[in-house]
Every structure is written in structure tokens, then in C-alpha cells.
Design a protein around this ligand. Structure first.
Ligand code: ATP
Ligand code: MG
Length: 157
């Protein structure tokens, strides 16, 4: 299927605003994005998972969501200003069942969200990674990159 990223990102944000009405979510979602190939419902699930993490671990400050074109790719990012992820854990958080910190005092969760997100994103031909400045309490950014679909292939000659 062809995915209209603008629509999918905007609906995931709307859904998060309903379930976390106290959180400010700033957006910069381009409206002229090329289509990408994949499953829009799965992409929506992935985004909702990233937004759920930003709500759970992202502290009080605004969350920002961007979608833009970068050459032949579409970039989507979710950024929070919470406690961040230490450099040595940036890739481990995508492992199945991996949850940071001591078992008590954690927010509820299964540790599956990001591993499922990576599986879905890679199945759509995309990439996903986490960034967090190596400074305490400076937040987390999750970036996804998808190749823009070559629509000319599907157009009648
Ligand atoms: P689930 O998503 O299944 O409810 P979860 O949120 O613990 O559970 P993941 O979404 O896979 O699982 O995240 C794995 C771990 O990565 C989290 O437990 C948390 O320690 C860390 N993490 C994820 N997102 C953030 C974030 N935005 N800021 C800080 N830590 C994060
Ligand atoms: Mg999660």
C-alpha cells in the first residue's frame, strides 16, 4: 500500500493528545511529502508507541513531532526533553523486553514497544534509531527514515 505520511502522523498526534490531554505536542508535519510504501495502520501503531514513550519517559516539557522530506527519503522524528537514554543503551532499547533501570519504580510497560517498532519499520524498508545527547536530562529523539516510493513505476504508460 501507499502511505500518506502526513495523515498518519497527524492522526497519531491527535490520538495522543486525547489520551494525554495535559501534554503539549508541537508539530512540523510537511503536507507535500512523497508517498512511502508500507502499511499505514502499522506505521500509526509505531508512532503511537513512540509518542507513548515520550509521554511516559519524557518529563513535563513539550514533545515535538516532525515529518519532512530529506532527499529521496521521508524523515519522521519524535523528540522529548525527558531524562534521555545513556549512549550505551541507545541500541539496546530496541531489543525485545529490554527496559532500563531497576524493576521497581518503573512506569508500566512490557519492553516490547521499540522492538516491535523496529521490526515494522524495517519490514517497510525503513530505518529507526534513537539519539540522546550525552548530557544528563537532555531528552530523547527517535528518528525514522523511509525511502520515498517511486510512483512512476505504478503509473500507466
Ligand atoms: P511498552 O512499550 O511495551 O509498553 P516500554 O515502554 O518499557 O514498554 P519500549 O517502548 O520498547 O518498552 O522501550 C524500552 C525502554 O527504553 C523503556 O523501558 C525505557 O527505559 C527506554 N525508553 C524508551 N523511550 C524512551 C524515552 N523517550 N526516554 C527515555 N527512555 C526511553
Ligand atoms: Mg514503550
Amino acid at each position: 500500500d501507499w502511505i500518506d505520511v502526513t495523515d498518519v502522523v497527524q492522526s497519531a498526534v491527535d490520538r495522543t493528545r486525547k489520551y494525554a490531554p495535559g501534554r503539549v505536542i508541537e508539530t512540523g508535519i510537511a503536507t507535500d511529502l512523497p508517498l512511502i510504501e508500507g502499511d499505514g495502520v502499522l506505521l500509526g501503531q509505531v508512532l503511537f508507541n513512540l509518542l507513548d514513550n515520550a509521554v511516559k519517559y519524557g518529563g513535563e516539557d513539550a514533545i515535538s513531532v516532525y515529518a519532512r522530506r530529506d532527499g529521496g527519503d521521508v524523515l519522521i522524528s519524535v523528540t522529548d526533553l525527558g531524562k534521555g537514554i545513556p549512549t550505551e543503551d541507545l541500541d539496546r532499547v530496541f531489543e525485545k523486553f529490554y527496559r532500563r533501570g531497576k524493576p521497581d519504580g518503573r512506569s508500566p510497560g512490557t519492553g516490547l514497544g521499540l522492538s516491535i517498532a523496529r521490526g515494522f519499520v524495517e519490514a517497510m524498508g525503513g530505518r529507526i534509531h534513537a539519539e540522546s545527547p550525552a548530557v544528563k536530562k537532555r531528552g530523547t529523539r527517535i528518528v525514522m527514515r523511509f525511502p520515498a516510493a517511486d510512483r512512476s513505476r505504478t503509473e500507466p504508460r
